[in-house]
Ligand binder design. Structure first.
Ligand code: GCV
Length: 693
């Protein structure tokens, strides 16, 4: 066949194939997240699941029970393409039965001991005989567990796992699994890139319900609905009533409401003369406020507080410590079972010249001085949600204080909603990092889940990336980060790849080539982003928008908001010296890390310039000079970003066109931005390197 005809034939075949595939994939907005419940493509699988889903039996006559039943119905009907009826009891083989031992159907199974061990949020999903017929049972000691189990069962079907002989027992490893919304009362969202708030100023009910479903499906059990830069008005009666109405909507989904509190509330809204935490009038005010809140929200979770940080008021305004401040709120909440999450994101310049040392310096000496119901809430790294940081040295250094890990789902420094950065690999790096607090094998995850230091109350918070955008997160692929946060909060041992697989199958379809392509795109994205923005441990090379490259940024307001403060590039070299000869930051880590990271040769390449200032001709492990390695990394990042786009382009016709095009446009922008990062940074560092002293 002549070449032109051959090309035409190939193109025609491709077009027909694309159209055929396109016909099967309808336009989607992304609103349905991973709960699309699209009909299973494989007819045989559908038929097999139908055998195991002849009826839905939920003997749990509560609002949560109602949600379980309706979600199972919605999910099964969608996935299996047939109406699955609800029934009071199983009458034929293949019912799905979900409940607690309060129902005789579940009690008769004799699983009480197992369920007690798994707790109120844990569950089993097992094939069993119920009322004389074979059934699939979702059972839990508590209603929350039944809800989580129901979503797990739907996930099994969504991801093609067989139900026959299913035998699953799960419980969460971390008790408090929270989202933190940085939503302001006027509806704007600090560091939000996906539209306005659905809480404020007026609640958007349809959103709230779907938000609750999505969170329940991944085990999120708490939410802070206002920004940590808290408006004191949040604690006034009218806004507490609004919070109570939100709490009422979320309660059946087993999500508790928490609030960010402003430390100045006693003065600003209470009319007191002081906020001094040791003042009896202030303590009385917080107690009365807690009582008022619990009258409105009986299951209120507690307060998160940003104090003496970035201009926020706090106990140090009165010469008191962070512990004094946290404890006065903790005492007010304790009679009701509430907790305080006192943020350790503090970096007062007079504490230490090196910003990353300041939180540790202020908090670690207070270990043992906080009330039992106080968490120190600590970001994953000691600076501020950079694309790569070593873990925060407070993890493993405060054995007497529960530490709530704070991760950022919204991508403030990671391309916001324009760049794809799948965050699970970064979070895994953090959770798996060995603190050596109790010798080798003391990973951050075991500090956070309490097992390393015998802590009973445990928590993890993720700064939400949601808003009113149709697809919730601005970038369709950023939904994966919300999903991954929930899954890791439930079980920090899960793998980033396994989580990606689940999410892709539920969100995009389960054709093996589609899954493999999206999986590889997700898994490569974080390292690509690091390569073209902040390679070799460089950090904070941005300006105030925290988006565009700005290595020249020298902020006149605060040195530690600059880029030059961190990279220190000049003719002599580049990087921040945190060895003993420098800021001494390495000393905040346990041995042997402090030894390893004191020497460039035993510091991993990807943290090299975090810990060391090195000459441009420093010889890297690769044999290249530092300068060559840096340039190579920027170039590699650009190629990798382009690779993400090209791989995505192969999905044309294999997924719905609307989301395909939306993501393609974002990946093109990412690819262009990557070049801008490379060009700007390489030119800037080249000039610094060659400038005469
Ligand atoms: C909520 C960074 C962000 C701020 C944020 C702060 C914090 O500095 O840029 O927007 O404020 O972290 O975590 O409190």
């Amino acid at each position: 066949m002549p070449r032109t005809f051959r090309c035409l034939a190939v193109r025609l075949t491709l077009t027909v194939a694309a159209l055929a595939a396109g016909a099967a994939v309808s336009a989607e907005t992304g609103h349905d997240l991973w709960l699309r419940y699209a009909p299973l493509a494989d007819g045989a699988a559908r038929a097999a699941y139908r055998q195991s889903a002849s009826a839905i039996v939920v003997p749990l006559a509560t609002p949560t029970g109602e949600i379980v039943a309706s979600e199972l119905k919605r999910g099964l009907t969608g996935l299996l393409g047939a109406e699955i009826p609800r029934a009071d009891r199983p009458s034929s083989a293949g019912a799905i039965v979900a409940g607690t031992p309060a129902s005789p159907l579940i009690a008769a199974l004799g699983w009480t001991e197992t369920l007690a061990r798994l707790g109120d949020e844990g569950y089993v999903i097992r094939a069993a005989t119920v009322g004389g017929v074979p059934a699939t049972v979702i059972a839990s000691k508590g209603e929350a567990g039944v809800l989580y189990g129901a979503f797990h069962l739907l996930r099994l079907i969504q991801t093609g796992e067989p139900l026959l002989r299913v035998d699953i027992a799960e419980r969460p490893r971390i008790a408090r699994r929270l989202l933190n919304h940085w939503d302001n009362l006027d509806g704007s969202i600090e560091r939000g890139y996906a539209g306005r708030s659905f809480w404020w100023p007026d609640r958007v009910d349809a959103r709230v319900v779907d938000y609750a479903r999505a969170n329940a499906s991944i085990g999120i059990n708490g939410t802070v609905i206002n920004s940590v830069n808290a408006n004191p008005q949040s604690l006034t009666a009218p806004l507490l009533e609004k919070a109570a109405a939100i709490a009422a909507m979320l309660r059946p989904y087993r999500i508790r409401v928490y609030l960010a509190a402003n430390f100045s509330a006693p003065r600003t809204i209470g009319g007191l003369a002081t906020n001094d935490p040791l003042d009896p009038g202030v303590a009385r005010w917080w107690r009365a406020k807690a009582d008022e809140i619990y009258r409105l929200i009986p299951d209120f979770g507690g307060f998160v507080v940003k104090a003496n940080s970035e201009g926020q008021p706090g106990p140090q305004d009165y010469g008191r410590t962070h512990a004094d401040g946290a404890n006065v709120l903790a005492d007010a909440l304790a009679p009701h079972g509430g907790v305080v999450m006192w943020r350790a994101f503090v970096y007062n310049a007079d504490v230490d010249p090196d910003r990353v040392k300041r939180a540790y310096a202020e908090f670690v000496p207070l270990d043992g001085k906080f009330r039992a119901n106080v968490f120190a809430q600590v970001k994953n790294g000691p600076l501020d949600f950079q694309p790569r940081e070593p873990f925060h040295p407070m993890f493993g250094a405060m054995p007497k204080t529960p530490l709530m890990a704070e991760l950022q789902i919204t991508q403030e420094y990671l391309g916001q909603s324009n760049h794809l950065v799948y965050l699970a690999p970064m979070w895994k790096e953090f959770l798996d990092a060995d603190t050596f607090a109790k010798g080798p094998g003391s990973p951050v995850a075991r500090v956070v889940d309490g097992s390393l230091e015998g802590k009973s109350d445990t928590g993890i918070a993720g700064v939400a990336n949601t808003g009113l955008d149709a697809n919730w997160t601005g970038h369709d692929l950023a939904q994966a980060n919300w999903y991954a946060f929930g899954r890791l909060a439930w079980d920090p041992g899960l793998g980033a790849g396994a989580i990606a697989d689940e999410w892709i199958r539920m969100t995009w379809g389960d054709a093996p080539d589609v899954v493999a392509t999206i999986r590889s795109i997700l898994l490569d994205s974080r390292e690509a982003y690091v390569h073209y923005t902040m390679p070799l441990g460089l950090h904070h090379l941005i300006g105030g928008d925290h988006y565009a490259p700005m290595p020249e940024n020298t902020d006149s307001r605060r040195a530690d908001w600059s880029a030059t403060f961190y990279h220190r590039a000049d003719a002599s070299g580049i990087g921040y010296d945190r060895t003993r000869a420098g800021s001494g930051g390495v000393e905040q880590y346990q041995a042997p890390l402090r030894e390893w990271w004191s020497h460039p040769a035993s510091t991993p390449d990807d943290l090299l310039l975090w810990f060391h200032h090195l000459p441009w001709d420093y010889r890297m492990k690769s044999g290249r000079t530092l300068w060559d390695e840096l340039v190579l990394s920027y170039g590699r990042g650009v190629d990798e970003a382009k690779g993400l786009e090209l791989r995505w382009a192969t999905l044309r016709g294999r997924i719905d066109e609307a989301r395909y095009q939306a993501v393609l446009a974002k990946l093109r922008r990412q690819s262009d931005d990557a070049k801008a990062w490379r060009d700007k940074c390489v030119a800037y560092f080249e000039a610094a390197r060659t400038r005469r002293p």
